[in-house]
Design a protein around this ligand. Structure first.
Ligand SMILES: [Zn+2]
Length: 438
């Protein structure tokens, strides 16, 4: 099949599979797809072959560490980890992403939590991935022509490929460019759909407000990082368009917002088990029923998700989320108001500092140890922003039952387009606590 046909085939299938309104129907389809996935894909993986014929719950759990350790036996094409890592590092250093290992493209995850992960996909899988995203992102379908601009950290031949389809043009804008060059590339692309990491979208929104760039996208998707309230507001205000979200990691296309702007997991092609964290919070353990080169089976993501209290009014059967809370690593450990060390979800801090927007335009809060934080601020008027930020932090800590933190000011935010923006980050290790597992 040509690329355009492969794309359209997967696109039509993704449109059909996504449209499911009954949980029963969805779960029966998942069971059918898992049986087919086990016999066609997992049977070709030396690591998973011994589990043939058994239910999903009998398969071993996986995570990034296991994926790296057992990569050579997990993948179904006899690929060798060490060769692929070397090729991926070469591509990153030269920013020439064209050489592929056969038709297999190689990516390294950005490794915010230390270790980098290795992910591979064939050309067919990449087309399928793009088709799955577009099937859901372009709600009115392919009747309209679209120019899609993707602000991404690493190129990938995929975007060249999909351009072959007449109705959709992709422009890839490399975040390794200088900010000014990135704005020029973006303006030249005149996107109708803009996709990028939220902290970069917020910088583009600033440029739009100050008249440095003229863009009028009809849709904007934040992807690759948690969308925080002040970025959402800044981008929506600057462009007059609501901000949708794509929940996407190197591990796959995991979810997207619906017509009601509620995030749903892509359970038509994922089975999502939950490791409960109490309340409606959980860590997702995903099985991707489509990836064939590098099977993703019971893979524990490092994210904390919060289920929506009510079903989404859009009627989709796929699980609706209230939000992605962030990475599990980002839980802060602070002094309790009455002694001891207590966990504190970064959401408290995030919401409090978002409340200080627009006086506090952007910030980074780094926890160095249980007692002290480093705060960086971007603000037009620092004399006004600093006390506001301090008051917001004190209030957030008090609400969480924590003692007031010691906060050191450390100048403005250092923006690095290529790095994942983590506004709140804990930079010391604490023994795993009972809280994290209960
Ligand atoms: Zn919905």
């Amino acid at each position: 099949m040509t690329d355009a046909l492969t794309f359209l085939y997967h696109y039509a299938r993704a449109r059909r599979d996504a449209n499911v309104r009954s949980r029963d129907v969805l779960e029966r389809a998942q069971a059918r797809r898992f049986a087919r996935f086990a016999s066609r894909v997992l049977a070709r993986s030396p690591y998973y072959r011994p589990f043939a014929g058994r239910p999903l719950s009998a398969y071993p759990l996986a995570d990034k560490r296991l994926m790296m350790e057992a990569f050579d036996r997990i993948n179904t094409r006899g690929l060798k980890r060490d060769e692929l890592v070397a090729a991926a590092l070469r591509a990153e250093a030269t920013r020439d992403f064209s050489p592929l290992a056969g038709d297999v493209s190689v990516g390294l995850s950005s490794g915010t939590s230390g270790m980098r992960g290795l992910f591979v996909a064939t050309r067919g899988e990449r087309l399928q991935w793009a088709a799955a995203i577009l099937a859901k992102a372009l709600r009115e379908g392919l009747r309209e022509r679209h120019r899609i601009a993707l602000l991404l950290r690493a190129n990938n031949r995929l975007y060249e490929t999909v351009r072959a389809n007449g109705r959709i043009g992709f422009a890839f804008v490399d975040l390794a460019l200088s900010f000014a060059a990135m704005l020029r590339a973006l303006e030249a692309a005149r996107p109708t759909v803009l996709v990028g990491p939220p902290h970069v979208l917020a910088l583009v929104a600033d440029a739009r407000r100050s008249g440095r760039i003229a863009l009028a996208p009809q849709a904007i998707f934040a992807a690759g990082e948690v969308l925080e309230p002040q970025d959402e507001r800044a981008v929506a205000d600057a462009f007059g368009v609501r901000v949708d979200q794509i929940y996407q990691a190197t591990e796959g296309f995991l979810g997207i917002t619906c017509a009601r702007n509620v995030l749903h997991l892509n359970e038509e092609h994922l089975i999502v088990e939950r490791e409960p964290l109490g309340g409606r919070r959980f860590v997702p353990v995903v099985t991707d029923l489509r990836r064939a080169t590098q099977p993703i089976v019971r893979y524990r993501l490092n994210d904390v998700l919060v289920e929506r209290a009510e079903p989404c009014p859009c009627g989709a059967a796929q699980l609706a989320l209230e939000r992605i809370e962030g990475r599990e690593d980002d839980v802060l450990y602070v002094r309790g108001a009455s002694g001891g060390v207590v966990p504190m979800i970064p959401d408290f801090v995030r919401d409090a500092l978002a409340g200080a927007y627009p006086a506090v335009r952007d910030y980074r809060l780094i926890q160095r140890n249980v007692d002290s934080f480093e705060l960086r601020l971007d603000a037009a008027d620092a004399a006004r922003a600093v006390p506001l930020a301090r008051a917001a932090l004190d209030a957030a800590f008090a609400r969480a039952g924590a003692a007031p933190p010691r906060v050191e000011l450390a100048g403005p935010v250092e923006h690095d387009l290529l790095r994942k923006a983590r506004r709140i980050e804990r930079r010391f290790a604490l023994e795993e606590t009972a809280w994290a597992r209960s």
